[in-house]
Design a protein around this ligand. Sequence first.
Ligand code: PLP
Length: 447
Amino acid sequence: MSSRYDTAELNRLDKQHFTHPWTIFDVFQEQGALPISRGDGCYIEDSNGRRYLDAVGGLWCTNIGLGRSEMADAIAEQCRKLAFANPFVDMTNVPATLLAAKLAELAPGDLNHVLFSCGGSTAVDSSYRLIQFYQNCRGKHTKKHVISRKNSYHGSTYLSMSIGGKAGDHPPEFDFISDFIHHISCPNYYRAPAGMAEPEYLQFLLDELEQTILRVGPDNVAAFYAEPVLGAGGVIVPPAGYHQGTFDICRKYDVLYISDEVVTAFGRLGHWFASKDVFGIEPDMIITAKGLTSGYQPLGACIYSDRIHQVISEPGHGRCFAHGFTYSGHPVACAAALKNIEILQREQLLNRVQQLGPYFQQQMKTLEDLPIVGQVRGMQLMVCVENVRCKKTKALFPEELDIGKRIADHAETLGLIVRPIVHLNVMSPPLTISRSQIDDIVATLRK
Ligand code: PLP
């Protein structure tokens, strides 16, 4: 089937009718968007038939790569069999049940219960609804506050955006929830106060969390939200010991530890989930989406502990959890996730990441010799290039120069997709990426 279209007409229709997320509308009306019409493996193709190596993996999500017939077949088969069933209370559907059981098997510790959503943001929203319900069921009615980190990204609904801590996402003309959400420092050692040793910096971060809990009051703090590696905040790997330290403080004050693994799960860091296998902690809840279906269908999930489940399902208390979406546990999305997990397992893609990830990091790191590259950082198949005006002072380029976007635009003309985030460029290719494709990414970025 041809993937060629009348690009001018597509551009016209797109500008006229499609309101894109995260768009500066007046600039968009001038520049338009690149119409993508096809994808296979790590490549995408535009409506003129031009191919690009997609180093972003869609949006950190096309873990098994695009264009898999097996996925298309599984989705089509489920559509034919059962495209929808009511997930509320007394009805279920086979793929949702099987997927919930599979996630319980893959998730660490006693995370044996799954609340489905339509994506990452709605999973973050749902997690807070569940946490409130849990705290109410325990009689802890004041435990409603949340602590998260500056520079974190947790989604784009009103609540998940408020939990997120990226300054640029909270412009003053928008109103966000601030009365029960508290943001502490982002654990970015590259931007730590000059001269501070890493262990000292770690202690500062841990003290800040503890002080914040004490200031808000342990009886008021319900949960701490953290991405194992901050993704959209610039692929920030916290100092060694950070997750264990924050986890211990949460335990000390009866605060739930919520690990947002929307990006870091399903092989991105070489494991099903990074919380336990990479960072050694068993959180109370893992939130995930993206790689769960490798982007073939929209789906998100909160995978939570026996401890929470026992409280909310205690015999005799009879309270209804008044929450749920029409598409919670959508059979087609769940069938896609099951097939995606089967492929990840069969092709041993997690092992592949463990072998190839260090090569990706090493090769990307060679770009640090460029005059505008302040730091290349990351873990396995997540990487960020931080562009700076001065390597010594780490001073940034003026924002209006839009350095990340200029680099991404130039890379696009050379056939490579990298994602700009202000002064950063981030990458998270499909787990099927090869050594030679990694070499292509590095060579193109050098240009
Ligand atoms: N949480 C994290 C860590 C994310 O990176 C994202 C999206 O990038 C989300 C939540 C929101 O997910 P979605 O865009 O599927 O709503």
